[in-house]
Write a protein that binds this ligand. Structure first.
Ligand SMILES: *[C@@H]1O[C@H](CO)[C@@H](O)[C@H](O)[C@H]1NC(C)=O
Ligand SMILES: *[C@@H]1O[C@H](CO)[C@@H](O)[C@H](O)[C@H]1NC(C)=O
Ligand SMILES: *[C@@H]1O[C@H](CO)[C@@H](O)[C@H](O)[C@H]1NC(C)=O
Ligand SMILES: *[C@@H]1O[C@H](CO)[C@@H](O)[C@H](O)[C@H]1NC(C)=O
Ligand SMILES: *[C@@H]1O[C@H](CO)[C@@H](O)[C@H](O)[C@H]1NC(C)=O
Ligand SMILES: *[C@@H]1O[C@H](CO)[C@@H](O)[C@H](O)[C@H]1NC(C)=O
Ligand SMILES: *[C@@H]1O[C@H](CO)[C@@H](O)[C@H](O)[C@H]1NC(C)=O
Length: 925
């Protein structure tokens, strides 16, 4: 107990009862005081603006044993995983089938030994940490296993991380470790009130001082042996006591004093009070305008949004330096064309494979910055943007602001207590990136001697600072931090902050990253990156028109960019923003202003690899069209060129398939674009009051729980897809306070029940998704999901298309018989469900048809595919790219339609940018 230790024994004996009661009251009060103290620090942190990407870690063993979704079937997997869903966030979603991960505790316990027989190398040390062992076992390639084991051993030998780093931020001559003496502390009024920790084994003046320094405090105080307090207020001389009043031994070193009972030894940490700079608002009259490099780090295929962004930011004095993820051939190829047109646009050739939260992000940024530094471009600031950013102030205002603030650096700090930030962010863990995954391999100690800082990874940095942080010849601080952040989750959220705070540039720190981010934690924190990172991360949401106020509120603030914007989710808000920034005539009466096209496939792409089912359906559509509709002018399909997703008024309209066909005139080939749309729709089978509430049922893949939408808009699925069901119920008009347990049956093309899910529905609005664990390959043909409550209420049919292509090539006969036979793993279910399945006779018929189908090959296979495609997709208009003289006269010319990918799209066209040749094209010096 806290109080008893410091009191004389004889006294205790004499007044035992009074003492016990007194002690009890006292300790209760101390408990209250401590509690109060903690709550206080908590409330300050919730007031902060910072929103971390990563919030909570999941145990690496959980990941190893992850099993999809809750399920009730005879193989009896348990359902809930309270551990994770509860800690994740309180807002419980009622209807989501929760739990993505099942913890297998027995399994975890038996895991402490590295199975050496699975490795083709011998680790250079004995690896015993649970996380490292788990990571090595989970890693796919031997190379990755070896990297993890090498890093683990380097850490174990103390060879990887620096223990201490220099702090170059001027400190007004303060001396780290200087003792100020022993002081009297009070429980209701702490001398040092910024941080409190209890360290039973490690506390000492030096330890506490280093911890306080790391957290950015000026003073450290040790008290009652194990306690460490940090704060920024200099202790008052009146509280000074003789040194003998601080007489308790330190746990880490009994020769040293660590305060006493409400007495505290206070030390300077050696850092000076840090106050971030206030940005200037107006530039001096004759200042030279700041020139900006927009460092665009791009991923995905949103080419037209990238062009729209470049267009609105464009100024001949600015530069665009573009990094396209190495796996994105399409975006890289299409943007490369801009280099010829604009000397101030350049794509880096040093491309990285960047993953969410990965160490490669920092390597990529530093590499790009280095190239910028050694080029002939004359710039003052670099601003990091991605395809999902958009400006919320005009370019002129941005330039004026930065001109007034040359030399300053804009980063956003987390604004919480630092030790808490370190834990939440996982900075006290080592992560190793390989096999496009961030593996958590164990705990670590951050180097002493420096302040740790971090926050948002959207930054605007001055050239001088970039030259320092990205230098080829880094000083000890930068070199040390590069090593630390090479093994850090979300390194870009802390590296630049920490360098800035501890370098001679610390007085250029402005706590504002010029960005507003659309966080909706309830949707954004679904641990959606756990297949990439051994940690649970959050992601901001796309802006929708309903979030408009958030944008409007930036008007009077020093905020210049907002994120995220994604035109496949919502484009109206982008236009609203443009017209608010410039004027209501901006982009007014522009053709197809509310339409958006995004590439899904291009025949020249080597990566990402092509989706065989998409190619199969595209080929089938082109074949059907050329055979029937165009048979008068076109002979045969030659090849598929591109597939594009077409959206208008923020609704998915259709998928456009562009292909070449041979014409009757042998010398003439013709390019045709044809639209298709899935016609999946659900059927209500029985009338029931409950059903008026069922708004939709849909099956597709790539469900995004954050935006609550399928990314596979076309609903094209094949034997290797992982279908997900999404259901949406409106809220009940009257309150019944009843929950209804419904079941979803997944039935394959031969009428077998393959999976079964229960979920309960109450009076509220509900949107939920279910991803069954189906064994691949899925049997091709018509699948059914039935919604059951005592009887069948509704059902939806969806297509698993047979494949004409496998890994991008035409399937062989041998492949076909394997791919199209389905999986032979059959689960068993309660016979109760029999009555909802086709009868035995029908099932036998379906089964023998399926066996025959699985043998179909060549044109026979094509006929099968075409008949299914005809059934599940609507084939709409076709157009020809050029008015091929004499052929297909009755076809529209694509550029004259309002739907083709060749239709005019001026909002994303860089054609009409007036370009005065002030800039020289990019040269490496
Ligand atoms: C947990 O793992 C152990 C050992 O691998 C296995 O025997 C057991 O069946 C697993 N339990 C569950 C519920 O998956
Ligand atoms: C791991 O370290 C060993 C030497 O300790 C070295 O030979 C090997 O190349 C390293 N492997 C990787 C993948 O870094
Ligand atoms: C820069 O942009 C990317 C997004 O494209 C982001 O993930 C990264 O962390 C950013 N970081 C910095 C420091 O600029
Ligand atoms: C970062 O980590 C990778 C993989 O472990 C390693 O190859 C690289 O040399 C490291 N870079 C630095 C600066 O430590
Ligand atoms: C289309 O014409 C080319 C020659 O122009 C020929 O090589 C090809 O086989 C033809 N394709 C079809 C499907 O007829
Ligand atoms: C629905 O299921 C839950 C758990 O599976 C159960 O606790 C509840 O009693 C059921 N409700 C009804 C109305 O059957
Ligand atoms: C295509 O060109 C012919 C003449 O070459 C013209 O008569 C016809 O109207 C054009 N078709 C379209 C759709 O523009």
């Amino acid at each position: 107990m806290v109080v008893t230790k410091n009191i004389d024994n004889r006294w205790v004996k004499r007044y035992r009862i009074c003492f016990v009661i007194g002690a009890f009251i006292l300790s209760f009060q101390i408990y209250l005081a401590l509690r109060f103290f903690r709550i206080n620090t908590d409330t300050t942190s919730t007031a902060s603006q910072w929103n971390p990407h990563s919030i909570i870690n999941i145990d690496s063993n959980d990941v190893e044993n992850s099993v999809n979704s809750a399920r009730r079937s005879k193989d009896g997997l348990s359902i809930d995983d309270e551990d994770i869903s509860n800690t994740l966030h309180q807002a419980k979603e009622k209807y989501r089938v929760k739990s993505d991960v099942i913890i297998n505790k027995t399994h975890a316990k038996n895991q402490l030994h590295l199975r050496l027989e699975e490795l083709d190398f011998t680790p250079s040390c004995k690896i015993t940490t649970k996380e490292a062992i788990s990571a090595i076992h989970r890693a796919k390639t031997q190379r990755c296993k070896q990297i993890i084991s090498n890093v683990t051993c380097l850490i174990a030998d103390g060879l990887l991380y620096p223990k201490k780093l220099p702090n170059h931020c001027p400190n007004d001559g303060l001396i780290g470790g200087k003792s100020l003496g022993c002081f009297k502390d009070e429980k209701s009024f702490r001398l040092l009130s910024g941080y409190y920790g209890n360290f039973k084994n490690t506390n000492s003046p030096d330890f506490c001082m280093q911890l306080c320094l790391q957290s950015g405090f000026l003073y450290a105080g040790v008290q009652y042996s194990a306690e460490c307090f940090c704060g920024n207020e200099e202790p008052t001389a009146t509280a000074r006591l003789p040194d003998s009043s601080c007489n308790m031994k330190c746990p880490a070193d009994p020769h040293l004093a660590c305060g006493g009972y409400y007495t505290v030894n206070i030390y300077q940490t050696g850092i000076a009070k840090f106050s971030p700079q206030i940005a200037e608002t107006t530039a001096s009259f004759n200042a030279k305008s700041a020139r900006i490099v927009f460092l665009l780090t791009l991923n995905g295929r949103a080419l037209r949004q990238v062009k729209r962004l470049i267009k609105i930011l464009y100024h001949e004095d600015h530069y665009f330096y573009i990094h396209v993820d190495i796996r994105q051939d399409y975006l890289f190829r299409e943007l490369l064309a801009l280099e010829k047109q604009f000397p101030n646009i350049r794509l880096t050739r040093k491309r990285f494979c960047t993953i969410w939260g990965g160490a490669s992000l920092l390597q990529m940024l530093l590499s790009s910055m280095r190239e910028l530094l050694s080029s002939n471009w004359q710039w003052d600031f670099v601003i990091n943007l991605s395809e999902s950013d958009y400006p919320v102030k005009t370019g002129d205002k941005l330039v004026e602001f930065l001109t007034a603030n040359k030399g300053k650096n804009f980063v956003k700090s987390h604004g919480r207590e630092v030790q808490r930030f370190i834990q939440k962010q996982g900075l006290d863990k080592t992560f190793v990136e390989c096999d496009t995954h961030m593996w958590r391999v164990g705990d670590r100690k951050l180097p002493w001697g420096i302040q740790i800082d971090g926050g948002s990874d959207w930054i605007a940095l001055s050239r001088e600072f970039v030259a320092y942080a990205a230098s080829d010849e880094p000083d000890e601080l930068v070199q040390g931090l590069r090593v630390v952040f090479n093994y850090t989750l979300l390194p870009a959220e802390s590296f630049f902050h920490t360098v800035l705070k501890n370098s001679k540039f610390c007085h250029t720190y402005v706590d504002n990253n010029l960005h507003v981010t659309n966080w909706k934690r309830r949707l954004g924190c679904k641990c959606q990156y756990k297949h990439i990172v051994d940690w649970c991360g959050c992601s901001p949401n796309d802006f929708l028109p309903e979030d408009w106020l958030r944008i409007q509120n930036t008007e009077t603030r020093q905020i210049f960019f907002a994120r995220k914007f994604e035109p496949v989710i919502n484009q109206a808000v982008v236009l609203q923003l443009e017209q608010w920034l410039y004027n209501s005539n901006y982009n007014r009466n522009v053709a197809n202003i509310n339409s958006y096209w995004q590439s899904v496939y291009h025949y020249l792409d080597l990566t990402p690899s092509v989706d065989d089912s998409l190619l199969t359906v595209a080929q089938s559509v082109a074949r059907i069209t050329t055979k029937s509709l165009l048979s008068t002018c076109v002979l045969a399909l030659d090849k598929i060129l591109e597939i594009t997703s077409f959206h208008s008024d923020d609704l998915y309209q259709k998928s456009l398939i562009l292909y070449v066909a041979n014409t009757t005139n042998a010398a003439n080939k013709i390019q045709i674009e044809t639209g298709i749309k899935g016609k999946q729709s659900f059927v209500l089978l029985k009338s029931s009051p409950f059903l008026h509430r069922l708004k939709s049922l849909a099956v597709s893949t790539e469900y995004d729980p954050k935006e609550q939408t399928f990314r596979n808009f076309a609903q094209i699925m094949g034997p290797y897809s992982e279908p997900t069901l999404v259901f949406e119920f409106n809220s009940s008009p009257e309150v019944s306070a009843k929950t209804t347990n419904v079941s979803f049956l997944w039935i394959d093309p031969v009428g077998r029940l393959v999976d079964l899910y229960d979920t309960s529905i109450d009076d509220n609005y509900a949107i939920g998704h279910i991803k069954p664990s189906l064994k691949q390959p899925l049997l091709p043909g018509t699948w059914t999901v039935k919604l059951i409550y005592k009887q069948v209420l509704a059902e939806i049919k969806f297509l698993i298309t047979p494949l004409e292509f496998f890994s991008g090539n035409v399937v062989t006969q041998k492949q076909v018989s394997f791919i199209h036979s389905g999986s032979d793993v059959i689960k068993e279910f309660d016979p109760y469900w029999e009555k909802f399945l086709p009868n035995t006779f029908d099932r036998e018929t379906l089964f023998s048809k399926s066996i025959a189908d699985s043998k179909r090959f060549g044109t026979d296979l094509q006929d099968w595919i075409d008949s299914l495609v005809n059934k599940f997709f609507t084939i709409s208009d076709s157009c020809t790219v050029k008015n091929a003289s004499g052929v297909c006269q009755d076809l529209h010319v694509c550029s004259q339609t309002n739907w083709s990918s060749f239709a005019p799209d001026p909002k994303s066209s860089l054609e009409n940018i007036l370009y005065k040749n002030n800039n020289e094209s990019f040269k490496s010096l």
